[in-house]
Design a protein around this ligand. Structure first.
Ligand code: ZN
Length: 607
């Protein structure tokens, strides 16, 4: 029964029997005959068991254990009833539609006897040519194959969604929301992605709403071809207290940025806060829930209207009951558990707003024109000499730093957070008083412990075969752990007595954060920042490669200890809202358990 409930909860959490993160199949940990025995509760379930048993269990066909191109034997629902559609077929049709400027996110492709049908998700099976994004709907390719647009894919669902979106419009808070709902309804009814893009333009202009929502075919991770979208939708609410702390942080930024280890020449004249909100999710429908979102993905909307950068607070802080916390000493556990969420909140706010928000790129903006005093260039705090490098005309941060840029910038933002969380007035903005010996000190200590712990756990995301880091933030956190350790055993040390490091813990001295920890972070941050500001890629690469190099102690001893303690990826039990009939709405929540997961779905009316 437990094995069945585990499977059911995983299935519901991933919206199917393939992991949403990794696209590999999972199967029940019970014998087919046992599952069949459970299915005998009714005639219908027994019929369903017979229908689906081969799709549930692994079988002998290993290719079917992964989502991917059907021609490689993998499973994909983007190419229905088309086991023989080749990668070349998919590329051919997709490129043709791109040349016609038809967006692909809400499409699927079916191979037919004389060509291909492009299935478009829409309530209407026959939208008029004025309503469609393309007037034509049938073509013959150079090789004689036909391409035909077929509307009405997922017609029943799209019709329900379009109807309810139109109803939701009655409760819109402003004109942007009215426009957004109108365009959503049009898009879901007719299959027009141009209407969807208009909905997203309205969405980004609806800044800081109390209730935030977005819905559509958005991310393209699950299509093996990487262009067709997966349906998702969410409703979330602004956490007012946190938002207030964040806006105070932005207001006071001009006071705190000068405390970072560089002079004003390496800083923007006026602080501009990046777009960032922290939300609490009410419901997130999709195959998995991200910890943050940065959409829309359409570049023209991002450039002309902006985008929203959102972190999902209650996803980040969600914990399983009795979740173990490896690498933290027993003596630190109570403090750690009490303050890890607030410490993370301070860390996220500083990272996103001041970390990514601070700093200037020194540029020759056009030939002979500079955004700094080129006659007497700023003095580098690293060398005590005038700077010798800067961005040439046409060069950008991304073009100079290339693939290293993402992790390096995350590292810079994390270090800004580590440095500024030592400022007691900042901790007071978040409601923590008492300085280093009070609650503020506990939050600071927990923030440092959390970073050190993340630096150890990061090794899971380092691949020993390629000797490469797979995750930008994790590589950054590993380097910050190394920075703590480099500050000396008086500040931080990894402790263990067993050869397999199974009792590995972090010793970090709270009383030395201000006089040893922060200076070590400042020294590292100064290099990160000045190299970035002055386009000194070679010095940056030399330093970052060295500090994120995984030496044999970490690769052969620490990493296996990390993997041994690895927690399974979470699935999230979500609450439901129920109309009470008297104008009230009740929020119903469920146990963080397999049964709670199933119950949440049953009461939503889906199962
Ligand atoms: Zn970041």
């Amino acid at each position: 029964m437990d094995a069945y409930l585990n499977y059911a909860a995983q299935f519901l959490g991933n919206l199917g029997n393939y992991k949403s993160f990794g696209d590999s199949k999972f199967v029940p940990r019970l014998e087919p005959r046992q599952l069949k025995a459970l299915a005998t509760v009714s005639k219908e379930t027994l019929e369903k068991y017979e229908k689906f048993k081969d799709l549930i269990y692994a079988g002998n066909d290993v290719a079917k254990l992964h989502l991917g191109y059907p021609s490689a034997g993998h499973v994909s629902t983007y190419y229905p009833a088309s086991p023989h559609i080749t990668k070349e077929d998919i590329t051919g049709v997709s490129d043709f539609l791109e040349s016609k400027k038809l967006l692909p996110e809400n499409t699927r492709i079916r191979k037919t006897g004389d060509g291909f049908e492009v299935l478009i998700a829409s309530a209407s099976t026959n939208p008029s040519s004025e309503e469609r994004d393309l007037k034509d709907s049938e073509w013959t390719l150079d090789d004689g194959k036909k391409v035909k647009l077929v509307f009405g894919d997922h017609s029943k669902e799209m019709s329900t969604i379009a109807h309810h979106i139109s109803e939701a419009k009655k409760y819109a808070a402003n004109k942007h929301e009215v426009d957004m709902m109108t365009e959503y309804a049009t898009s879901f009814r007719t299959g027009s992605l141009q209407a969807f893009k208009r909905s997203q333009k309205a969405w980004v202009q609806d800044k800081g709403p109390t209730v935030e929502s977005d819905i559509g075919f958005i991310e393209t991770y699950r299509d093996p071809h990487g262009i067709r979208g997966e349906w998702e939708g969410f409703v979330a609410m602004v956490n007012k207290e946190r938002t207030q702390a964040f806006s105070k942080l932005v207001e006071t930024a001009p006071k705190y940025i000068p405390l970072l280890p560089w002079s004003h020449e390496f800083e923007k004249d006026k602080f501009l806060s990046p777009d960032f909100t922290s939300l609490e999710v009410l419901t997130f429908a999709g195959s998995g829930i991200p910890a943050g979102i940065n959409i829309p993905n359409y570049d023209d909307i991002r450039q002309n209207f902006g985008f929203k950068n959102v972190s999902l607070g209650n996803i980040l802080s969600a914990k399983a009951p009795n979740e173990s916390i490896p690498f933290i000493k027993d003596s630190d556990l109570a403090t750690y558990q009490k303050y890890r969420d607030p410490a993370f909140e301070v860390q996220v706010g500083l990272h996103e707003l001041l970390g990514h928000g601070c700093g200037k790129l020194l540029q020759e903006t056009s030939p002979g024109k500079f955004n700094f005093d080129n006659d007497s260039p700023p003095i580098s705090p690293l060398t005590g000499q005038p700077i010798k490098t800067w961005y040439a005309p046409g060069q950008t941060w991304g073009s100079v730093f290339g693939p290293m840029a993402a992790s390096y910038e995350e590292c810079r933002a994390e270090c800004v957070a580590m440095a500024l969380s030592c400022e007691m007035p900042i901790l007071e903005l978040f409601g923590f008083e008492g300085g280093i010996h009070g609650e503020a000190g506990d939050v600071l200590y927990t923030a440092y412990l959390q970073m050190a712990r993340a630096g150890i756990a990061a090794l899971e995301f380092w691949d020993p075969k390629s000797r490469k880091w797979g995750q930008a933030h994790m590589q950054a956190r590993f380097s910050i752990l190394r920075t703590f350790l480099n500050a000396g055993v008086e500040f931080c040390q990894l402790e263990y007595t067993k050869d397999d490091l199974s009792d590995l813990t972090i010793r970090l001295e709270k009383s030395r954060i201000l006089d040893l920890g922060r200076p070590a972070v400042d020294t590292y941050l100064q290099k990160l920042h000045i190299y970035k500001a002055t386009a000194d890629f070679s010095a940056a690469k030399r330093m970052y490669d060295e500090i994120t190099d995984v030496e044999s102690f970490y690769a052969d001893l620490v990493r296996p200890a990390v993997l041994a303690k690895k927690m399974p990826r979470k699935v999230f039990v979500q609450g439901n809202t129920v109309e009470m009939g008297d104008g009230r709405v009740e929020l119903r929540e469920y146990d963080a358990s397999n049964v709670g997961m199933v119950r949440s779905w049953v009461e939503r009316g889906y199962v």
